[in-house]
Ligand binder design. Sequence first.
Ligand SMILES: *[C@@H]1O[C@H](CO)[C@@H](O)[C@H](O)[C@H]1NC(C)=O
Ligand SMILES: *[C@@H]1O[C@H](CO)[C@@H](O)[C@H](O)[C@H]1NC(C)=O
Length: 214
Amino acid sequence: MAKWLLLFFVLVFGANGKRSSLYGGTDGENFSDGQSQGIVRVKIWSGYIVDGIQVQSDQGGEHVWSDPHGTSKGETKEVVLAYPDEYIYKISGRTGPNPWTSNGLSRLYLHVNNRRTNAQTTFGPFGTYDYSNQTTFDSPEGTVVGFFGYASSTTYFRGIGVYFQDPCMGGSFVAACQIALETVDPPGPAAVILVTHGRIVSSVGLRGCNQKIL
Ligand SMILES: *[C@@H]1O[C@H](CO)[C@@H](O)[C@H](O)[C@H]1NC(C)=O
Ligand SMILES: *[C@@H]1O[C@H](CO)[C@@H](O)[C@H](O)[C@H]1NC(C)=O
């Protein structure tokens, strides 16, 4: 019974887990960078709040910049990932009313993991003003491969969300991916977690995207 419940959970999570919620508001224009092979660098314009972002991603081996989303003026910061070892595993921040909008992205953090060393680095805060009426958000964890949201050159940044590499989603999937990436040749994310158990768990195995069983 428990075995079936676990498999059901994995399937549902994998199917629905390709994209986070939208954090923030929906003024301005919607944008979607879609899913890439990986994020290489992120440029962020920010001051009191987040003005805009621009993302360079791996599109079939070429590192391609997206259009700037939001307002590309003011202070620019750039987060350069040691790609492909490093990837963004989560975004967090604050959304809500600020002096320029009733619901915007006021603060953003990018959380980066290195799949070789497991070293984790947090970049930010981007957007530094402490608005007491903001709410905080944390995206689910996974391998972030794209951004979507609402922004325009006149409205600053309003809402943000991320796409995850399918099927690597959630804390247990991140751990699974890291193990698989180190031990499967060629490297690939884990597709299936195999759990064998009676009253206790007796073994845990992984099936990678190349179908190799560890
Ligand atoms: C933006 O929203 C419109 C209307 O809902 C939709 O047709 C379009 O596909 C969306 N564009 C993006 C990039 O998500
Ligand atoms: C939220 O806080 C900002 C800055 O303190 C203020 O300008 C704004 O009016 C507040 N909004 C609401 C809805 O309280």
